[in-house]
Design a protein around this ligand. Structure first.
Ligand code: ADP
Ligand code: MG
Ligand code: ZN
Length: 614
């Protein structure tokens, strides 16, 4: 019996191509259009909103994949107004819930929420109201742990259901169900109980990020057999992406960039650690910007205060960990800067997605350094990434050690490393949104990597790779990559002499190579796991030092001839005197076949990698 993964059995229908759902002849169409204008003040519907509403109001289970800011809330808020009964909304963060409820109350729609950290008497009062014959609420928002852990709530929902008053179940930020996603919340996995208990109540799952595997996971975990899927393009034409090598002058660069292109405008700077947030904010204040920091270990009130000042434009720039952002609804964010490498490409896309929601041109700048890559990798392996991300209650420490998650996170990060090499737009679209194909030729140089096109050449670097691995062994597997490279290039520094490296057979073996070539190969060896960076925190500020080690089992393939290594290098790099090379069309060979590379149009012009120093 061949093993068939369970998710292959899940059936679903593509809703986006079915004309039925865009019909204006549903019994509720008139009321729908009227309420959209009258209650919510929207002149019309945005892409897929009408379709999703029609499908969920027809009683189908629906999975919606719509970019951040696309207007997902309306797709359950309007049906809730039109249908009798109450709509249950599961949302991951209390701050998100409060934001939603505030908006609903502003337009006079009664809504309530339950969360574990509310006073018990307050919870009782809401539950009592749910039990009354004419419940005044149209919405009940809950955090997922409420569903998983509160029998009281389930009993009340059952009672609502028997009175035919449970109109719809909405799972907001549904990607949190999946361990493959970037925001996994264990409590989301318990939500399958809802479909089991209330099989006739339509479920609406909403998310802005879902890879193929995330979507399968969500559909599976929630028990959405035969659901209809709506999705739309995730390309954001008004965002301009760039990747810039990070140097010691990074903060000066950021200051210049903001003053030159976005002076006095609103922006977010994502940092890796709390300490980074505070340092970056302080520096920007010195440069005269209205900046503040925001991270998970701040008091709730303090965070709320910063958010408020930001929405009122009293603060322009927020230096934050990823804790800042979910549900941020500011339309005029003109720039999102990543001061460090994000931990996954999904996360990167979502964070960038907070820029330019009003459709006006906005910038997304990523500062990339190899040492940040190593730093994030270290944080992932230590399970410390997510403690920075969310306040108490949402840490994933209980699962951080599970192999699958660790692997997924590292793999996600690896894909992040590709970001310096390819059309950023196609990379984001193709990798994230199950099957949306965005050809890099359509980018028309609106991303940095495309606009800096240089001729790229594919080259066999197997020999260089072997020499580097050998050199790591010769020097005793106790030096940093920078040092190994120095020896390879034939440096005669005091340090090299002191360790008697200059007498080694491979000292200077890489002399003939073009600048940057050896370091690229070395970095590739690390991303391929043939060399391993043994990382240690070296100071309070989170800077790390690392020592290269050889992963013998992987290195074996290289030396036995089972694996060759080819890299695309910009032609300036391949101008080496001895290297044999041939020109080939752009083809990703960064991975040696074990991961499927992102699809690209092979006829597209090759792109140049950004040169980043070790
Ligand atoms: P999402 O949850 O998809 O990120 P939201 O539901 O929070 O997005 O909506 C983002 C913004 O778009 C909100 O300010 C909302 O009022 C606005 N919006 C939603 N639908 C429409 C529409 N049809 N026309 C105009 N504005 C809309
Ligand atoms: Mg939303
Ligand atoms: Zn591009």
């Amino acid at each position: 019996e061949p093993y068939i993964p369970k998710y292959l059995e899940v059936k679903y229908t593509e809703g986006s191509n079915d004309k039925k759902w865009s019909s204006r002849d549903f019994p509720w169409t008139k009321k729908l259009e009227a309420d959209n204008k009258k209650v919510f003040g929207n002149p019309s519907f945005r892409p897929n909103q009408r379709e999703v509403i029609n499908a969920t109001m027809s009683g189908c289970d629906v999975f919606v994949l719509m970019p951040t800011g696309g207007g997902k809330s309306l797709t359950y808020q309007l049906p809730a107004l039109i249908c009798p009964g109450i709509t249950l909304v599961i949302s991951p963060l209390v701050s998100l819930i409060q934001d939603q409820i505030m908006h609903l109350l502003q337009v006079n729609i009664p809504a309530a929420y339950l969360s574990s950290n509310m006073e018990w008497t307050e919870q009782q009062e809401i539950l009592r109201e749910l039990n009354s014959d004419v419940c005044k609420y149209k919405f009940l928002y809950v955090t997922p742990e409420k569903v998983a852990k509160s029998d009281v709530l389930l009993r009340h929902l059952e009672s609502l259901h028997t009175r035919e008053s449970l109109a719809r179940i909405v799972i907001d930020e549904a990607h949190c169900v999946s361990q493959w996603g970037h925001d996994f919340r264990p409590d989301y996995q318990g939500l399958g109980i809802l479909k089991q208990k209330f099989p006739t109540v339509p479920v609406l799952a909403l998310t802005a990020t879902a890879t193929m595997s995330v979507k399968e996971d969500v559909v599976q975990a929630l028990g959405l057999a035969n659901c209809i899927i709506f999705r739309q393009s995730f390309n954001r034409p008004n965002l301009r992406y760039s990747v810039i090598p990070k140097t010691k002058k990074c903060l000066e660069d950021i200051d210049n960039f903001i003053k030159k292109f976005h002076f006095d405008q609103c922006g977010i700077i994502y940092c890796l650690s709390r300490m980074d947030c505070e340092r970056v904010a302080e520096k920007l204040q010195e440069y005269g910007h209205k900046a503040a920091f925001y991270h998970g270990s701040m008091e709730g009130a303090q965070r709320a205060n910063i958010q408020k000042q930001w929405s009122k434009d009293e603060i322009n720039i927020i230096c934050a960990t990823v804790a800042f952002g979910m549900g941020i609804n500011k339309p005029d964010v003109r720039f999102v800067i990543h001061h460090s490498l994000p931990k996954s490409i999904e996360g990167y896309h979502q964070e960038c997605g907070r820029a330019g929601r009003d459709g006006l041109p906005s910038s997304c700048v990523l500062y990339y350094s190899y040492s940040d890559y190593i730093r994030v990798k270290h944080m992932i392996s230590q399970g410390t990434v997510d403690q920075n991300s969310f306040g108490s209650g949402y840490g994933r420490s209980n699962v951080a050690t599970s192999g699958r998650i660790l692997e997924t996170n590292v793999e996600n990060l690896l894909r992040m490393a590709w970001i310096v090499l390819k059309c950023l737009r196609s990379l984001l679209c193709n990798l994230i949104h199950f099957g949306e194909k965005f050809e890099s030729t359509n980018c028309r140089k609106t991303c940095d990597n495309c606009s800096k096109i240089q001729k790229c050449i594919e080259k066999d670097v197997t020999e260089v790779a072997k020499q580097l691995v050998e050199l790591v062994k010769m020097t005793g597997q106790k030096f940093s990559s920078a040092h190994v490279l120095e020896v390879y290039r034939g440096s005669l520094s005091q340090y090299v002499k002191k360790h008697r490296h200059e007498s080694l057979r491979l000292h200077g073996a890489g002399k003939h190579l073009a600048k940057g070539e050896a370091s690229r190969v070395l970095r590739h060896l690390v991303t391929e796991d043939i060399l391993v960076e043994d990382v240690k925190k070296s100071d309070l500020y989170g800077s790390v030092s690392s020592v290269l080690k050889v992963n013998e089992s992987k290195a074996y393939n290289l030396f036995s001839g089972a694996q060759t290594m080819r890299l695309r290098l910009p032609s300036s790099v391949t101008q080496s005197k001895l290297g044999k090379f041939e020109a080939t069309p752009a083809k990703v060979s960064l991975t040696s076949g074990k991961q499927s590379p992102p699809r690209t149009d092979p006829s597209a012009a090759p792109q140049s990698p950004v040169d980043t120093n070790l």
